[in-house]
Design a protein. Structure first.
Length: 164
């Protein structure tokens, strides 16, 4: 219920003085860093106060060049009120492998790791998903593959000399 009148205030016939609002569903507008733009998509799950909702819209931020806004729809169990400030987290399944930064050669055109397989080293192109503390989250490596962690530039130099 929303009341738009205070004690002693005058109003005319037909004026709206009280509105009954359905608060069972709420809209959350959140700010997300632009550096995370590639990792947020419509349909992603967002958790706020142990309540999960889905991103329904992604918008440019009207108040900052460093952020964009997401709109999330949540079921309200009477814990959310108008103009509350809440902090949410985007819940995503992480796919890929975390490898040390020293194991990736970034060429500008592609990103390469060396895998030790059948007694020799093989170059394998990977995709860096994101930068994490002391490493990269990458795609393109299978479970059980042995990745070279140090000395990759020496192997790369040898590989280029031997390769015709």
């Amino acid at each position: 219920m929303k009341i738009d009148i205070t004690e002693g205030e005058k109003f005319e016939a037909g004026s709206v003085v009280m509105e009954i609002v359905n608060n069972s569903i709420v809209q959350f507008i959140g700010s997300v860093r632009k550096s995370d733009f590639l990792y947020v998509q419509k349909g992603d799950i967002v958790e706020i106060r142990n309540t999960k909702g889905r991103v329904v819209e992604i918008l440019p931020s009207s108040n900052s060049a460093n952020y964009f806004e997401i709109i999330v729809i949540l079921k309200n169990d009477n814990t959310f009120f108008e103009n509350n400030y809440e902090v949410g987290k985007i819940v995503k399944e992480i796919r890929g492998k975390i490898v040390p930064k020293s194991s990736v050669i970034r060429t500008g055109n592609s990103d390469i790791v060396y895998v030790f397989e059948d007694g020799s080293f093989k170059a394998k192109e990977v995709k860096i998903i994101t930068d994490v503390k002391d490493g990269y989250l990458i795609e393109g490596i299978k479970n059980g593959e042995k990745i070279v962690k140090k000395g990759v530039f020496l192997i790369d130099a040898d590989f280029k000399i031997i390769k015709p």
